[in-house]
Write a protein of this length. Structure first.
Length: 309
């Protein structure tokens, strides 16, 4: 029986891309409520210290493990050595604090403001670019592995690896060192089929982001070519079990294929409309129930944190 741990991304409380979404929420609130909701760990957010000697004791205080952390990759535009040196401090923090994988998304050929542009306006790779791109990604992932942190490649809206077809090409042109971060919500938002995608690539999945979608908002976003952040702010995403994605089937497929690692609730919403602790707690309870029903053993928190307030 495979064992998983449940983590959460701090975007539930505070969105790094859009500071008006929870930008004034202190890190202490995020971490104490992460622990209160029951999670064993957290991914990094913009308010987290980036030195292990500082961050480690803070996480220990709340009884939380460091799950992983997002990195804005540029490997399509850079050479392997240059990209590796740029990410080395980030990998060092993750390795020092016991994280096994880095959340690596390639945001090349775009710009930060693109999250506010229509979803149709995004960069793409030409057919002839895929083979050399896959070879370069593989070399970078092998450098990561040698350093001690595996690559979990994050397919993401607005990037050159967004659609199911592009994920297929990434998996086809890369070696085993390139692990797949499987994100249910980004797959659905891109027009994909989460179950079929997982079935094709379950053997490459090393990290899972669990977000659900509200079907009416998903349809509106795709029909009207909304921006990514516009759809987020209107509530396209929610926590597992609160939307239309078939989590029982997906989690059973993961369990049956021996997945072990983290299941991470990453359901960005407007915290003024979706109370963070309420949704974090709902996400934990739903995901724990669903994961156990699918055949997983859910590892509990290492220690309790009692909020003095």
């Amino acid at each position: 029986m495979s064992t998983v741990r449940l983590g959460i991304n701090p975007i539930t409380w505070s969105n790094d891309d859009v500071p008006e979404l929870g930008g004034d929420t202190p890190l202490e609130t995020c971490l104490s409520e992460t622990a209160q909701a029951g999670y064993a760990g957290t991914e990094l957010g913009g308010k987290f210290p980036r030195e292990s000697r500082t961050l480690g004791p803070i996480l220990d205080h709340y009884g939380l493990a460091l799950v992983s952390g997002w990195y804005d990759g540029r490997i399509c535009e850079k050479e392997v050595d240059e990209e590796f040196e740029a990410i080395r401090p980030h990998l060092t923090l993750l390795r020092d604090l016991g994280a096994k994988h880095v959340v690596y998304a390639d945001t090349s050929r775009g710009r930060h403001g693109a999250i506010h542009d229509p979803i149709s306006q995004r960069p793409r790779l030409a057919d002839e670019e895929w083979k050399p791109y896959g070879a370069k990604i593989t070399r970078l992932a092998e450098r990561f592995a040698d350093f001690g942190v595996g690559m979990a490649f994050h397919h993401h809206m607005g990037t050159i690896v967004e659609t199911d077809g592009e994920i297929d090409m990434l998996m086809k042109t890369t070696g085993e060192a390139v692990g797949l971060l499987y994100d249910t919500g980004h797959c659905a938002f891109s027009g994909g089929d989460p179950e079929k995608l997982l079935r094709r690539h379950v053997g490459r999945v090393v990290h899972v982001h669990c977000k659900d979608v509200r079907p009416a908002m998903l349809k509106k976003a795709r029909d009207t070519d909304m921006s990514f952040m516009g759809a987020v702010m209107e509530g396209i995403f929610t926590v597992p079990g609160d939307g239309a994605i078939d989590y029982p089937s997906l989690l059973k497929m993961l369990a049956d294929n021996g997945y072990s690692g983290w299941l991470v609730v990453e359901a960005e919403q407007d915290p003024a409309r979706a109370h963070p602790l309420t949704y974090a707690t709902m996400g934990y309870r739903n995901l724990k129930t669903l994961a156990e029903a699918a055949g997983f053993t859910v590892e509990q928190r290492n220690k309790e944190f009692h909020n003095a307030s």
